[in-house]
Design a protein around this ligand. Structure first.
Ligand code: TRP
Length: 337
């Protein structure tokens, strides 16, 4: 089974990203053939600083490696190093409905937020995302609930391509969405009714993977709790529920077990326990990160090795797609030369 996920290049990955997405990438290395792509071409669809982009790509690479992605067991690469992603985007745009792209929530939200230019790339963002996954004929895509619309679009694009050009064959694989169970629920510590988020959340309510232990402690100790004093999960106790679930996630245990253990505890004790657990959980990741991040040549080497492996597979898919679409010369002639 092949697993593909894309991750935005940023050093500001938070605890929700970490236990929701990144930990899932790491464990998927045991279940299948993982492809993890740092999507620098998606990053240029909004205002960005060219001098920063490469640095943020290294940040993300180092975080993923520090978390436990192993380049010997998966393919970790940078999107722009594999030209088939953009090549396939154009070909797939011919089986993508324009109106559908214009109606995508993310396109609407982001285009409203742009102060100056709304780039065409923002509209094509989901087609590039479809190309990312379909180029590898991946079966499974571990990403959050917020990517549902993008996943549905890529599934439809694959189906439409197969129906139009497949001649009865499934040339492209229709991938499945795999939504993480845990990270999806990590809430902002200051406003536990909304998800922890780099863009919409509060700075104090967001724990970053690379935060110093002191900062993590401070954020958790000032987490908002609820009325009452009992440590248990309840719909009218979003703050306490969030802390219980975070503690369970970083311990790798069950929220019910945490509740049972802390049934007699006060809110302050719960916060202290979560603070210690999260600090202990992230400290080794941050240490490994610092070491890995210091050697940009080594990171570059890992990414370029990954790109070579990725390209072998993506080139094969692209050749099939071109052949089916009647684009370019016949396939045999191309592979011989
Ligand atoms: N759009 C995704 C996000 O913002 C990132 C992404 C790009 C992606 N290409 C992908 C995710 C392919 C899964 C598969 O999180």
């Amino acid at each position: 089974m092949r697993i593909f996920s894309g991750i935005q290049p940023t050093g500001r990955k938070h605890l929700g990203n970490y236990i929701g997405a990144i930990v899932q990438y790491v464990s998927s290395q045991d279940r299948g053939e993982g492809f993890f792509c740092i999507v620098d071409l998606h990053a240029i669809t909004v205002a960005y600083d060219p001098a920063e982009l490469r640095q943020r790509t290294y940040d993300t690479t180092a975080i993923l490696l520090a978390a436990g992605l192993d380049p010997a067991r998966c393919t970790l690469f940078r999107q722009s190093d594999v030209p088939q992603h953009t090549g396939l985007t154009w070909l797939l745009s011919s089986v993508t409905e324009l109106g559908r792209l214009q109606r995508m929530h993310q396109f609407r939200d982001k285009s409203l937020a742009q102060r100056e230019l709304v780039p065409a790339a923002l509209l094509l963002y989901p087609v590039l995302q479809a190309a990312d996954v379909l180029a590898y004929r991946a079966h499974e895509v571990p990403v959050g609930e917020d990517q549902r619309e993008h996943l549905e679009l890529m599934r439809d694009v694959a189906r439409r391509f197969n129906a139009r050009f497949g001649d009865g064959e499934d040339v492209l694989v229709v991938p499945e969405h795999r939504i993480p169970q845990v990270g999806a629920r990590v809430m902002d510590l200051q406003d536990p009714t909304r998800k922890m988020s780099t863009t919409g959340g509060s700075e104090q309510g967001t724990v970053y993977v690379l935060d110093e232990p002191k900062a993590i402690e401070k954020k958790l100790k000032s987490a908002v709790t609820d009325s009452g004093s009992e440590v248990r999960r309840a719909s009218d106790k979003p703050g306490v529920s969030n802390l219980i679930e975070i503690l369970a996630a970083v311990r790798g245990s069950d929220p019910a077990a945490v509740e049972a253990e802390l049934a007699q505890a006060r809110y302050g004790e719960l916060k202290a326990a979560v603070a210690t657990a999260v600090v202990d959980y992230l400290a080794p990741v941050r240490e490994r990160y610092e070491r890995l991040r210091a050697d940009e040549d080594a990171l570059e080497q890992i990414l370029s090795d990954g790109a070579v492996r990725a390209e072998t597979i993506a080139a094969e898919t692209l050749a099939d797609v071109r052949e089916r679409m009647g684009v370019g010369g016949p396939r045999r002639a191309r592979t011989v030369t």
